[in-house]
Ligand binder design. Structure first.
Ligand code: MRU
Length: 355
């Protein structure tokens, strides 16, 4: 198995410039196999996102930027109007792969804006600009993660215990958002103890978070989701750090299913709850959590996946929402690359975007 430092230092998504393909780690194979895949096929790009080979809100955005660039080269010979039409169709297709993480729509819009803003230029030149934009999206994410990690770490002190849910580390984004501060703490010689929820049903916490942290030498303990309450009650958790897939204008936020339960428990025990993510995750067009579309996934993920044999009768009904919404009243602060936003979230988020 390759060293995790490679996962942290090597991009989970990148461009193969020689062959004009987008390269990505197949995250469904971790922690047992570190496999890189590459593609320039539209359907494979869609499936990479839909099947969670590429996952985590910012990582999906970075991947979508490169995918749109690579795919655009296939019809770069078309006249401008036809090129735009095809580009738009492709954008809608990729957007339909997963509905909740706003970073996907944000990145594909940024790419289409390049096409429309440069309509006077030859299509071949527009395609080059698309390559530049995709790389800019990626570089900005790296810079944002580093700032988020610094802000996040400023909330912790040596010896603190932090509970996290799902995976918002270097696999889900470039250098990590909700888990970025833990890597930074390690680098600075601080001792932070992390409790990683396993995160049913797809086990991102077990398969990805505990893997990344353990291999990086961070003090991590894996727990089942239903153990969060006991570690909080013991006094072992001083803060909860979680990621986000979309933050509404009032501070309600969608994140991996189970996050809302963690926040409710933390409030009961008086533990602060922070969501950490790039400002591209804030959707000011979405007034509150009721307006965030929640992805429903295949019941097989609950009954069969990861088990040697089915763990429920085939005919049993299942409800498998991929995300839930945490009410902003349960949230202590939102950590972005622009700083930490505290309540009242509606007013303070508005101010942030007016700057
Ligand atoms: O379904 P996933 O694995 O894509 O869900 C990921 C999460 O919910 C993360 O916490 C979120 O995307 C933030 S990643 C930096």
């Amino acid at each position: 198995m390759e060293d995790v430092s490679k996962i942290i230092e090597v991009d989970n998504v990148k461009l193969n410039e020689a062959e004009d393909k987008v390269v990505y780690i197949d995250q469904t194979q971790l922690p047992n196999r570190l496999i890189y895949l590459e593609t320039d096929e539209e359907k494979e790009c869609y499936e990479a996102i839909q099947k969670l080979k590429v996952r985590g809100a910012p990582c999906i955005g970075i991947f979508a930027g490169y995918a749109m660039y690579v795919l655009a080269q296939k019809y770069a010979g078309l006249p401008y109007e036809d090129f735009l039409k095809e580009f738009h169709r492709q954008r809608e297709y990729l957007n339909s792969s997963r509905p909740t993480a706003v970073n996907l729509m944000w990145a594909t819009k940024r790419m289409e804006d390049v096409v429309t803003a440069n309509k006077e230029k030859p299509v071949a030149e527009i395609v080059k600009l698309l390559g530049k934009e995709a790389k800019a999206i990626h570089q900005e994410d790296i810079d944002m993660c580093d700032k988020i990690s610094e802000y996040g770490l400023s909330l912790l002190k040596d010896g603190d215990g932090v509970l996290t849910h799902c995976n918002a580390g270097p696999l889900a984004t470039s250098h990590g958002t909700a888990q970025g501060p833990f890597f930074l703490a390690k680098k600075k010689g601080m001792n932070i103890h992390v409790f990683a929820d396993e995160t049913r049903p797809l086990l991102q916490g077990a398969r990805l978070t505990s893997y990344e942290l353990q291999r990086a030498g961070v003090d991590v303990t894996l727990i089942c989701d239903n153990m969060a309450s006991i570690v909080m009650k013991q006094g072992w958790v001083q803060a909860c750090f979680v990621g986000c897939d979309r933050i509404a204008a009032n501070g309600d936020f969608a994140n991996k299913i189970g996050t809302s339960g963690v926040a409710i428990l933390a409030n009961y025990y008086g533990i602060p709850v922070y969501t950490l993510g790039p400002s591209s995750t804030i959707d000011m067009n979405c007034p509150d959590g009721d307006h965030i579309p929640i992805e429903l996934r295949d019941p097989e993920e609950i009954k069969n996946k990861f088990y040697a044999e089915p763990m429920a009768l085939k005919e049993v009904k299942c409800y498998n929402p991929a995300f839930d919404v945490t009410d902003h009243t349960l949230l202590t602060g939102i950590v972005t690359e622009k700083g930490i936003i505290y309540p009242p979230f509606k007013e303070n988020l508005e101010k942030l975007f007016k700057k």
